[in-house]
Design a protein around this ligand. Structure first.
Ligand SMILES: Nc1nc2c(c(=O)[nH]1)N[C@H]1C(S)=C(S)[C@@H](COP(=O)(O)OP(=O)(O)OC[C@H]3O[C@@H](n4cnc5c(=O)[nH]c(N)nc54)[C@H](O)[C@@H]3O)O[C@H]1N2
Ligand SMILES: Nc1nc2c(c(=O)[nH]1)N[C@H]1C(S)=C(S)[C@@H](COP(=O)(O)OP(=O)(O)OC[C@H]3O[C@@H](n4cnc5c(=O)[nH]c(N)nc54)[C@H](O)[C@@H]3O)O[C@H]1N2
Ligand code: SF4
Ligand SMILES: [Mo]
Length: 756
C-alpha cells in the first residue's frame, strides 16, 4: 500500500540511482524526505524508513577499510539551529576524526544523524575551509583575499574600530549574528561580552520564532510546550505549519508511533510535506490565512456545542467574546479566505473536538507572515476550546521547548559591562535598509563598522539586493568570522577563521525536547581557526579591555553556564555531563495545575493586553500585506503568493557547499502548480525568472499538481547566491516587512510573478 502511495507521488520514472537522486528532487520527492538507494525495489521500500528515522553514518573518505579500526571516542552535540540538537559520538585517530555517528544512548537522537549531517566530515575537512585570517585585496564582493597573521588582523580591527568609535561613538559599530552555531558559550554567551563593553549597536534578533513567542503569552501567560516525545502517545497530532520530515527529522518517529497506536494525523500547510504520508487529512491552505481557519473551526465547534464547557467555565476568560468573534467566521467565508473546502473544515472541526488527547504542533511557518502574530494567537485559542491544555502530558500544544532553557549564559555575556542599556537596536530583518541609511535610526548615525559572526546575511536575510548595496559601501569596514568564504565573507575587509564544533567546547539545550548536552572538542582547531569566544576575547584584549571575562576559557564558561539553579537542583555536574554527553532534564507537564500567569489568571480568550497593544482583543483575520486582499494593486502585477520554507538537504545557509549535498540537490527550483504553469506557457524543467518589485532571479520551474495549489509558488531557502547561475538566491526578492508582533521576519508574505 505504501508502495502505491509513493508511486503515485513520483511524477518522474524511477531510473538509475544517480538519476533518481536528481529526479527525486525534480519531482519534489526531496520535500517528502526521501534520499537515494541501490535499486528500484529498495528505493521504494526504503522511503518509509528514511522518512521515519535517519540512521546514517559517515566514514571519512580515506577510511573505507572494514572492519574499522576504532579511534578515541568523544562526544559532541550538533549545534545547528535545528530543533533536534543531536548527540554525536566521534572517533579520532592521529588527530583526525575518522568516524561519526548519532549517540545510540540518547533516546531522541537514537543512533542517527539526519541525511545532511551524515556528511559532516566532508564539511569539517572541506578543502575550502577558511584556515587563516585574511585581508581583502580585491574589490568588495570579489572574494579576493591574502593571508595575514592574527596579530595583523586584530591590530587592524582594533585600530579601525577605535577610529570609528572616536569619530561617531560606539553605536556606529554593529554586531550582526544569529544561529550558525547555537551553543550557550559560542552563541548566546561570551562573544557578546566584547560588544557590551564596547557599547556597540545590537540587533533585534527576531528573524526566527519571536512572533509566536510574543503571541502565545496573550493566551496562556507563558510559553510552555508539552514534551514532544509524547507525540507518540497522543490520539490526534495536528501538524500546523511545520515540515517535520525536513526540519526536525527525529520527531517523525513519534508521529509514526502515534499512528501505530491508533492515533490520527492532520497536516495544515500550503505545501505537501513528508508527514502527509501519515496523514488522515491534508488541509492545503492558502498562506497567511490560518487565523480565519482557526476562527472558523472554533465557530463550528461552538455552533454545534462540541466545546468542553466545563473546562471553559473553570479555566478560561472571555468565552462570550470568543463566541461572538468566531460567529463572524461562517464556513462559506472561511472557505473563501483559506481555499479550504467547507466540508473539510467541518470534518476537521469534528475530529478536533471529538478526539482526545490531541496536540497541535504550532510550526514556525505561518508566523513568518505580516499577520503572523494574530495567526498564532488565533491558533492558540483552539486547545482551550476543547479543554486539552494541562489535561495530560500528551495533550495541548507544542511550540518550542525553548521556554525551558535554563543555562546561566547571562553570567558570561557581559551584560553588566554595558553602560548604555538604551543603545541602538537594529532590526536584523532590515539589514539592507540599515546599511543603506534607509532606516530612521541609521539616517543620522551611520553604521561604519559591521562585525558578522554565526550568520551569512547575503544568503539568509530578506531583500538581499539592499544588503548587497550596503555591504558594497566603500566607507563601511566589515569583519566576518566564518568557517567558509560565504557571499557575506566576500565583502569582508578582514575575514577571520572560525572553528567547527568539533574543535571547541560548548553546551546546548534543544528546542524539541528536554535534553541538555555537552560538546567536547574532538580535535584541535584546524589551521589557525579560533572559536567565537576566543576570537572576541582576543579582540577585547587587543583593544585594551582587562575584565576577567576576557580571559575566560571555554571550559570555564561551560562550568558557569551549568551553574544554574535548575541544573544544580537536578544534580548535573560538569564531569557527569562531559562523560555521558547528555542529560534529560526533569520537566513537569505544563499547566497541570491549571494556573496561567495572565492578568485574569485564566486562559484568556479575551485579552485586554492584546487590545492595549492595538490588536483585536480576541483574534481576527488580517490579510497578509502582500496578497489579493492585502494589496490589490500589487496583486494585479504579481499574482502569485511566494513562500520560501527551509530545505531538506541544507540547514539554513549551511552545507550547500559540500559536494555530497550538491549531488543530492538539484536546484534552485520554483514549484508551480500545473494550472499556473499552463497559463504562463511554462513546462517542467524550464528556466524561468521569478520577479517582483524587489528584483528578479533565475530558477528552474518544477511543475506539480500536488506539492502546491494554484496561486502559491514555493522556493526553498537558503542557498548561497554565488552557487547560482545568476549569483542570486531566493532572499534577493523576499520581503523585509516585519510581523505585527515582535517585528519578526515575513519570509512567506511575498507576491511575485514567474515568466519563461
Ligand atoms: N533541513 C533543515 N532543517 C531545518 C532548517 C533548515 O534550513 N533545513 N532550519 C531550522 C530552523 S532555523 C527553523 S526555524 C526550523 C523551522 O522549522 P519548520 O517550522 O518546520 O520549517 P519552515 O520550513 O520554516 O516552515 C514550516 C512550514 O510552514 C509552511 N507555511 C508557510 N506559510 C504558511 C502559512 O501561512 N500557513 C501554514 N499553515 N503553513 C505555512 C511551509 O510550507 C513549511 O512547510 O527548522 C530548522 N530545521
Ligand atoms: N527565505 C528564507 N530565508 C530564511 C528563512 C526562511 O524560512 N526563508 N529562515 C530564517 C531563519 S528561521 C533563520 S533562523 C535564519 C538563519 O540564519 P543564520 O543563523 O545566519 O544561518 P546559518 O546558515 O545557520 O549560519 C550562518 C553562518 O554561520 C556560520 N557558522 C557556523 N558555525 C559557526 C561558528 O561556530 N562560528 C562562526 N563565526 N560562524 C559559524 C556558517 O558557516 C554560516 O555561514 O535564516 C532565515 N532565512
Ligand atoms: S541538523 Fe538536526 S537532525 Fe541533523 S544532525 Fe544536526 S541536530 Fe540532528
Ligand atoms: Mo530559524
Amino acid at each position: 500500500m505504501i508502495i502505491d502511495k509513493i508511486k503515485d507521488l513520483l511524477t518522474t520514472k524511477l531510473i538509475s540511482r544517480r538519476s533518481f537522486l536528481k529526479s527525486s528532487v525534480v519531482s519534489g520527492v526531496a520535500l517528502l524526505g526521501l534520499t537515494g538507494c541501490a535499486s528500484e525495489e529498495e528505493e521504494i521500500t526504503t522511503v518509509e524508513v528514511i522518512t521515519e528515522e535517519p540512521v546514517l553514518k559517515e566514514e571519512a573518505p580515506a577510511q573505507t577499510v572494514t572492519p574499522r579500526e576504532k579511534g578515541a571516542i568523544s562526544r559532541q552535540t550538533c549545534p545547528r539551529n535545528c530543533p533536534d540538537t543531536c548527540s554525536i559520538i566521534s572517533e579520532v585517530k592521529d588527530g583526525r576524526i575518522t568516524y561519526i555517528t548519532g549517540d545510540p544512548t540518547n533516546p531522541l537522537t537514537a543512533g542517527g544523524l539526519c541525511a545532511k549531517m551524515n556528511h559532516y566530515l566532508s564539511w569539517v575537512y572541506h578543502a575550502d575551509r577558511v584556515l587563516y585570517p585574511m585581508k581583502r585585496v580585491g574589490a568588495k564582493g570579489e572574494g579576493k583575499f591574502e593571508q595575514i597573521t592574527w596579530d595583523e588582523a586584530l591590530e587592524t580591527i582594533a585600530t579601525k574600530t577605535k577610529e570609528s568609535v572616536d569619530k561617531y561613538g560606539p553605536e556606529t559599530v554593529l554586531k550582526y549574528y544569529y544561529s550558525g552555531t547555537i551553543g550557550f558559550v559560542q552563541n548566546y554567551g561570551l562573544p557578546h561580552a566584547f560588544f557590551n563593553k564596547l557599547g556597540a549597536s545590537d540587533i533585534l534578533a527576531t528573524v526566527c520564532a519571536t512572533t509566536g513567542a510574543a503571541a502565545i503569552p496573550y493566551t496562556y501567560g507563558i510559553n510552555r510546550s508539552i514534551n514532544p516525545e509524547e507525540f507518540a502517545t497522543t490520539k490526534l497530532y495536528v501538524s500546523w505549519a511545520v515540515n517535520e520530515a525536513t526540519t526536525s527529522a527525529h520527531s517523525v518517529k513519534y508521529i509514526k508511533q502515534c499512528k501505530e497506536n491508533g492515533g490520527k494525523v492532520v497536516v495544515i500547510n500550503p505545501m505537501r510535506t513528508g508527514i502527509v504520508h501519515y496523514a488522515d487529512m491534508f488541509i492545503q491552505i492558502k498562506p497567511g490565512t490560518d487565523a480565519a481557519l482557526a476562527l472558523g473551526v472554533i465557530n463550528y465547534i461552538i455552533e454545534n456545542n462540541l466545546q468542553d464547557q466545563d473546562y471553559i467555565d473553570a479555566y478560561t476568560f472571555g468565552f462570550e467574546e470568543l463566541k461572538a468573534t468566531a460567529s463572524e467566521y461562517p464556513l462559506e467565508r472561511v472557505a473563501e479566505i483559506t481555499g479550504v473546502p467547507a466540508e473539510q473544515i467541518i470534518e476537521f472541526a469534528k475530529m478536533y473536538a471529538e478526539t482526545k488527547p490531541s496536540v497541535i504542533k504550532i510550526g514556525t511557518g505561518m508566523q513568518r507572515n505580516t499577520n503572523g502574530g494574530t495567526i498564532i494567537r488565533a491558533v492558540t485559542l483552539l486547545p482551550a476550546v476543547v479543554g486539552t491544555v494541562g489535561a495530560a502530558p500528551n495533550s495541548g500544544f507544542f511550540y518550542s521547548s525553548g521556554g525551558y532553557w535554563a543555562a546561566n549564559e547571562k553570567a558570561i555575556n557581559g551584560h553588566e559591562l554595558l553602560e548604555n542599556p538604551n543603545r541602538r537596536l537594529i532590526n536584523m530583518n532590515q539589514l539592507g535598509m540599515a546599511l543603506t541609511g534607509q532606516m530612521d535610526t541609521t539616517k543620522e548615525l551611520p553604521i561604519t563598522t559591521l562585525m558578522v559572526f554565526n550568520s551569512n546575511p547575503m544568503a539568509v536575510t530578506q531583500h538581499v539586493k539592499l544588503v548587497r548595496e550596503g555591504l558594497a559601501r566603500e566607507d563601511l569596514f566589515t569583519v566576518v568570522s566564518d568557517i567558509f568564504k560565504t557571499d557575506t565573507a566576500d565583502y569582508a575587509d578582514i575575514l577571520l577563521p572560525a572553528t567547527t564544533f568539533f574543535e571547541c567546547e560548548d553546551i546546548t539545550q534543544n528546542y524539541l525536547g528536554h535534553y541538555l548536552r555537552h560538546n567536547t572538542p574532538a580535535i584541535k582547531p584546524l589551521g589557525e581557526c579560533k572559536s567565537n569566544s576566543d576570537t572576541f576575547n582576543a579582540l577585547a584584549k587587543r583593544i585594551g579591555y582587562t575584565e576577567p571575562l576576557f580571559d575566560m576559557t571555554e571550559s570555564e564558561a561551560v562550568k558557569i553556564c551549568l551553574a544554574s539553579d535548575t541544573f544544580m537542583a537536578q544534580g548535573i555536574t560538569y564531569d557527569g555531563i562531559k562523560e555521558k554527553g547528555w542529560v534529560k532534564l526533569d520537566i513537569k507537564t505544563p499547566f497541570a495545575d491549571k494556573k496561567f500567569p495572565t492578568p485574569s489568571g485564566k486562559i484568556e480568550f479575551y485579552s485586554e493586553k492584546l487590545k492595549n497593544a492595538g490588536f483585536h482583543p480576541v483574534a481576527e483575520y488580517v490579510p497578509p500585506a502582500e496578497s489579493k486582499d492585502g494589496s490589490p494593486e500589487l496583486y494585479a502585477k504579481y499574482p502569485l503568493s511566494l513562500i520560501t520554507p527551509h530545505a531538506k538537504n541544507s540547514l539554513n545557509s549551511q552545507m550547500h557547499n559540500v559536494p555530497q549535498i550538491q549531488e543530492l540537490t538539484e536546484g534552485p527550483l520554483v514549484y508551480i502548480h500545473t494550472d499556473d504553469a499552463a497559463e504562463r506557457g511554462i513546462s517542467d524543467g524550464d528556466s524561468v525568472n521569478l520577479t517582483n518589485d524587489r528584483g528578479s532571479i533565475k530558477l528552474v520551474a518544477k511543475v506539480t499538481s500536488t506539492i502546491t495549489k494554484k496561486g502559491t509558488i514555493i522556493s526553498l531557502s537558503c542557498p548561497w547566491p554565488k552557487l547560482s547561475e545568476d549569483g542570486k538566491s531566493i532572499n534577493e526578492i523576499t520581503s523585509d516587512k516585519v510581523t505585527d508582533m515582535s517585528q519578526g521576519s515575513t519570509y512567506h508574505t511575498n507576491l511575485a510573478e514567474v515568466t519563461k
